[in-house]
Design a protein around this ligand. Structure first.
Ligand code: AHR
Length: 654
């Protein structure tokens, strides 16, 4: 008789196979043990999957916008990154550079770059965000705010070139410079046959001695939907492929700022880019605010995602807070005005401003979050601040749902007591092993009648080091398959409870691989290329295979497989999501009670790899889902799960 082995023992049995074991030995070793089981109750829905369940969280971190999604290519375009020197700019040939506060572009951008060119070929070069992405047959749109000392009218030449200037990929000329500030727009086009590269710089130069002042230099490649001041196409495609239902913005810590003064001042992020001052971002660099409130909203619109707007609520990261009461009133007005900008009619003050900015149609807005991670506020003022915000918001917008930034993962005494928030935002950054342990039961004790739960930040880390630990610095920005296993187990837990876990989003979304402050991140990139981590692919498998009904699932005692099952009430398709954390294949017997008889074949999507396997710029598709078919039958069938894998079965009714 075959001994009954627990999954762990079966895994050990697998590991003790001789290295020379053939595939047949391996199959025999696994299939000779009793199978793990999953029972699915398809007789009735156990709850409604929130249509908003899968979404995205975003903020300026890891060069997520500047040097990331926001497609601007010129770094330090208004010369505000450093008060003392023109950071990321350097002189070319016989020229000198200086920040000049006597010739400001405008009040928002009080220093210009003075370029004294002494001989033909002199000028100034920009590094871009670790190079400019030069690709064949590409049109780049440049905007330059410039003026010149009397007597010089141009031309000023812009060129994308190799760092030593020996190769020029594209060039354009600006003429008719004058002694007054003027905005010039030109197009640079690359030739067909060039090899894509980031080993490049942007040079602005003259063919004769001259003194030129630059107030803003901007260069955009083709953007998503060709929007001016738009977003990078490859990264947007990766996001659209996730079919996100919402976008949480603008943070995260980025909302709060290090200090009250460096909070996200949404009104300063509107209007022409030349008039945006930008502000210091708490992640160690300055934000241009090119990615402003309207750009966030258009981003939502382009992804068909709904905005989940985080409102600054009077607490900043270094511990400054605004006392509840009269001191907080101006901040509440800021928030109400922001809501009006997003969703007010054109007849309202801020709705009219939105219309003037080019979007008369109000954006849909159903959820606002009051602050971010306010459990860090040691003054204990959140309860009163939250109350003041919620009361003011509900008085003006009774239908808006208010999200508290403190959830059940925090001690009860920190949570809001004076009001009942509509939604609680919970954050979980955990080791894969911890997610695997907690996921089977985590939400079981929650009150299904509310408040709704928004898991507004979560991610598994595969190492012992949480993202804020010094020892996580220097590790790769994007995680490996082992992290994706933890992510998938956690997503399955949230999805099983997606009637009250109404929204969830991984964080952070993006990392520029040249400079990141936090790992792990879902998507990695440089100026030219991008890839999804195994976690990205796990998320995509989940977010694109989801029905509207939760089906009750029971895993047999002792099985280590975790998962979630949903059904689409219209098509009858059943989505079975399975996570095998073991480094050995497992056979899972699936018993389906009730529901319609199944078609004979199911589609299967498998993300399987060794725990330490990962993707990178050099090997972007090492770990990606593979599609296959599985013969199935009602009411029972067996499914073989690959070692350390995430599998989605699509069961079709006959
Ligand atoms: O996602 C990174 C950071 O983690 C967020 O800015 C903050 O809200 C959390 O602490």
């Amino acid at each position: 008789m075959t001994p009954r082995l627990t999954p762990l023992l079966r895994c050990l049995a697998w590991l003790s196979l001789p290295l020379t074991a053939s595939a047949a030995d391996v199959t025999a070793a696994v299939s000779s043990t009793p199978v793990a089981t999953l029972s699915i109750d398809a007789t009735a829905s156990a709850g409604r999957v929130s249509p908003l369940h899968y979404g995205l969280m975003t903020e300026e971190i890891n060069h997520c916008y500047d040097g990331g999604l926001y497609a601007e290519l010129v770094r330090n375009r208004t010369f505000r990154d450093d008060d003392k020197q023109p950071a990321h700019w350097s002189a070319v040939h016989d020229a000198t550079l200086a920040l000049d506060r006597t010739q400001p572009l405008n009040a928002a951008n009080p220093a210009s770059l003075r370029v004294d060119i002494r001989a033909s070929g002199g000028g100034v070069a920009n590094t871009g965000y670790w190079g400019f992405p030069v690709t064949p047959s590409t049109r780049y749109r440049a905007t330059v705010h410039a003026k010149a000392a009397a007597g010089f009218t141009g031309p000023l030449t812009l060129s994308l070139q190799s760092p030593d200037g020996s190769i020029v990929y594209a060039r354009a000329k600006i003429s008719r410079l004058s002694a007054d500030w003027q905005a010039h727009e030109v197009t640079l086009r690359t030739a067909r046959g060039i090899t894509p590269t980031t080993d490049t710089r942007l040079v602005l130069g003259t063919e004769a001695p001259a003194t030129v002042w630059l107030g803003l230099v901007s260069l955009f490649p083709p953007t998503w939907k060709d929007r001016p001041n738009g977003l990078r196409r490859d990264l947007m495609q990766m996001l659209v492929d996730l079919k996100p239902a919402f976008l949480r913005f603008p943070g995260g810590n980025y909302l709060e700022g290090d200090t009250i003064d460096s909070r996200f001042k949404w009104w300063e992020t509107l209007g022409p880019i030349a008039e945006r001052p930008g502000h210091p971002c708490p992640w160690g660099y300055r934000s241009t605010d090119g990615m402003g409130l309207l750009e966030f909203l258009l981003w939502c619109e382009d992804m068909k995602a709904e905005p989940v707007l985080a409102l600054y609520a009077g607490y900043s990261l270094r511990g400054d807070y605004v006392k509840p009461g009269p001191d907080l009133e101006p901040f509440i007005k800021e928030a109400l005005d922001e809501i009006e900008y997003v969703s007010g009619p054109v007849t309202s003050t801020w709705g009219a401003r939105r219309a003037a900015d080019g979007h008369p149609e109000p954006f849909p807005l159903r959820y606002v979050e009051i602050g971010n991670e306010d459990w860090f506020d040691k003054s204990g003022s959140y309860d009163a601040r939250y109350t003041q915000f919620q009361d003011a918001i509900k008085a003006r917008h009774p239908g808006l749902k208010c999200i508290s930034s403190i959830g059940n993962e925090q001690p009860a005494q920190k949570r809001v007591q004076s009001r009942r928030p509509d939604v609680l935002d919970e954050h979980y950054y955990r080791k894969t092993a911890d997610f695997l342990k907690d996921s089977p039961t985590h939400f079981d004790s929650y009150d299904r009648s509310g408040p709704e739960i928004f898991v507004g930040e979560w991610a598994a880390h595969e190492t012992a080091f949480p993202p804020w630990d010094k020892q996580s610095k220097g590790l790769p920005a994007t995680p490996n398959q082992w992290a994706a296993i933890g992510d998938a187990a956690w997503m399955a837990a949230m999805e099983r409870h997606s009637d009250f876990v109404t929204m969830q989003c991984y964080a952070p979304l993006f990392a520029n691989l040249n400079d990141y402050q936090w790992r792990p991140d879902l998507i990695g990139y440089d100026a030219l290329r991008a890839y999804g981590s195994p976690s990205y692919h796990a998320f995509r498998l989940f977010s694109t295979h989801v029905g509207d009904e939760i089906l009750k699932t029971t895993f047999g005692a002792g099985t280590s497989v975790q998962g979630s099952v949903t059904r689409d009430s219209r098509s009858g398709l059943i989505y079975v999501k399975l996570v095998n954390p073991l480094p050995a294949a497992q056979s899972l017997r699936i018993d389906l009670a009730g529901g319609r008889p199944l078609a004979r074949t199911a589609r299967v999507f498998t993300l399987a790899a060794a725990p330490d396997a990962t993707n990178s710029l050099a090997a972007p598709a090492k770990v990606v889902p593979v599609a296959s078919k599985l013969p199935v039958s009602s009411p029972s069938f067996t499914c073989d799960l690959a070692p350390t894998s995430v599998t989605v079965l699509e069961l079709k009714p006959r």
